[in-house]
Design a protein around this ligand. Structure first.
Ligand SMILES: *Cc1c(COP(=O)(O)O)cnc(C)c1O
Length: 401
């Protein structure tokens, strides 16, 4: 038997890292000082920030900072245990109530983050003998939750409801007694486009399947009062499981499921990332609950309107015929090396527009991913649009995917 030595261990890791660099897939953490906002101190420089999912600019909102500070004073810094043991402090309960009220569902359950929400929820609902049907572009946490469940997994091409229907027909025949669960996002995180939710609802009803919609990039951006795309399309009663995060447009941290009382009770009893994990700090829950309530105030509505107006302005600046469908603007580049090069050209001009590469998106489909927020100014938007025009003129984007 060969004993692994300390050296072979390090050599193995270094070999992996070398490959990562050669493929232009190297990632590293860079220091960021100060608060989140449309302008940030990044690696020691002040840059315009087009990288954050803080769509409504709530991550450093004074009202929420005050709520969180006050909650730390009242409830301390940590929850001490899982909510089922002794960690269920009143801010957690109030957050669940605020979420159900906002989403107009019977009940809601909050988690530490969106990722743990997905990996805790999917396996609580389906398992061996059941089938999950998932859009090809679903987020990593939905993929991991699906794998963890032990259900048979089928992936349908992005937004192709016809293919989904074929898979549902196959699944119904093969697993006549199995549960069928469809997973999608309302707004896709790397493309910014919408799922055809009405068609998905129609097809799932035909086959008696359930539908989980991840609104991570829909809530706070779309729908009346920022309630999301499901509400915008009037489908709240038709979608069994509405999922979301409290860390993006809502500015704080956490994740949630909104739906029926029975769904939430089942999760409290079965969802492993909820049961076997310390509750998030009560101050986090208090700030998140305050954020959920704030978006429904006149100030919140005004902020949402500012985001919508920036989406419209972005489209005008880029001569697009219709308004950007969400706050996520993908700029197709293709090659990984090229995307990185393009991002650094932006950075030289003081504009932080990150390159997104494999495995976040497929190989050869690298892109710049620009996010608009309510607090970007007209000058911020113009600066990026101008630079894009110049690089288009240079032929930099001639090899689009
Ligand atoms: C970010 C994201 C999540 C995870 O949410 P966190 O609260 O950041 O863990 C889930 N789904 C989608 C589509 C996301 O973009």
């Amino acid at each position: 038997m060969i004993e692994p030595t300390a050296q072979s261990w390090t050599a193995m890791l270094e070999e992996e890292l070398k490959l990562q660099r050669e493929r232009h897939l190297w990632r590293e953490l860079r220091p960021l000082d100060g608060t989140q906002g449309p302008e940030i101190e990044w690696a020691g420089r002040r840059v315009v920030n087009f990288s954050s999912n803080d769509y409504l600019g709530l991550a450093a909102e004074p009202v929420l900072i005050e709520v969180m500070q006050e909650a730390v004073g009242r409830y301390g810094v940590g929850a001490g245990a899982s909510r089922l043991i002794s960690g269920n402090q009143s801010p957690h309960r109030q957050l669940d109530e605020a979420l159900a009220d906002f989403k107009k569902t019977e009940a809601a359950l909050s988690y530490s983050c969106g990722f743990s929400t997905a990996v805790g929820t999917i396996p609580a609902l389906v398992g061996t003998g059941d089938v999950i049907l998932m859009d090809k572009l679903c987020h990593a946490c939905l993929v991991d939750g699906a794998r963890l469940s032990g259900a048979t997994l089928r992936i349908f091409p992005h937004n192709e409801v016809g293919r989904l229907e074929e898979q549902l027909r196959w699944a119904r025949a093969k697993f006549p007694h199995g549960r069928l669960l469809i997973l999608t996002e309302s707004v896709f995180s790397m493309d910014g486009d919408w799922a055809p939710l009405r068609e998905l609802v129609a097809v799932k009803e035909k086959f008696g399947a359930w539908l989980l919609v991840d609104e991570a990039h829909g809530v706070g951006v779309l729908g009346p009062g920022g309630r999301g795309l499901v509400e915008e399309l009037g489908l709240s009663d038709a979608v069994e499981i509405q999922m979301g995060t409290l860390g993006k447009a809502l500015g704080v941290a956490g994740g949630y499921i909104a739906g029926s009382r029975a769904l939430v009770d089942l999760l409290i009893n079965r969802s492993r990332s909820f049961i076997f994990s310390t509750a998030p700090p009560p101050a986090q829950a208090a700030a998140a609950a305050a954020a959920v309530r704030w978006v429904q105030t006149p100030d919140g509505i005004t902020r949402l309107e500012a985001l919508t107006s920036n989406r419209r302005q972005w489209s005008d600046l880029n001569d697009a015929e219709t308004m950007a469908p969400s706050a996520i603007i993908p700029i197709a580049v293709g090659g990984e090396g090229r995307a990185v090069e393009m991002a650094s050209a932006f950075l030289q001009e003081g504009l932080f527009v990150p390159a997104v590469r494999f495995p976040t998106v497929p190989k050869g489909k690298a892109r710049l991913r620009l996010t608009l927020t309510a607090r970007h100014t007209a000058e911020h938007l113009r600066a990026v649009a101008d630079l894009l025009k110049i690089r288009r003129g240079d032929g930099f984007f001639d090899k689009l995917f």
